[in-house]
Design a protein. Structure first.
Length: 101
């Protein structure tokens, strides 16, 4: 895994987390997740955090692409890091599938 500079945080996500966010990640607003995905994608220069393969940019919520927002430290074990910006990255579905199995 290569180093990603996480100093350029996504302000709208931080504001949402501090003011409106639900307790459960799956209940986050879709538009917030989309914008966060786009921000992380740019931050990673369009590459998967694990395999460094190109990941297509997500342009709209209906557009299903083979990537998602990855919690580097799993939510199930690190609940307190669920909304931690430094724990979030974009990964391709290949690594997501491997991690889940």
């Amino acid at each position: 895994m290569r180093y990603i500079d996480k100093s350029n945080r996504y302000a709208e996500f931080d504001e949402y987390v501090n003011n409106d966010s639900p307790e459960v990640w799956n209940e986050f607003k879709t538009d917030i997740k989309l914008k966060l995905h786009q921000h992380l994608w740019r931050e990673q220069q369009g590459l998967c955090i694990y395999c460094q393969q190109e990941v297509p940019e997500k342009k709209q919520t209906e557009y299903k692409i083979s990537s998602h927002i990855e919690h580097i430290r799993p939510r199930s074990q690190y609940v307190h890091l669920t909304c931690c910006y430094k724990n979030l990255s974009v990964s391709c579905e290949v690594f997501f599938a491997k991690r889940r199995s």
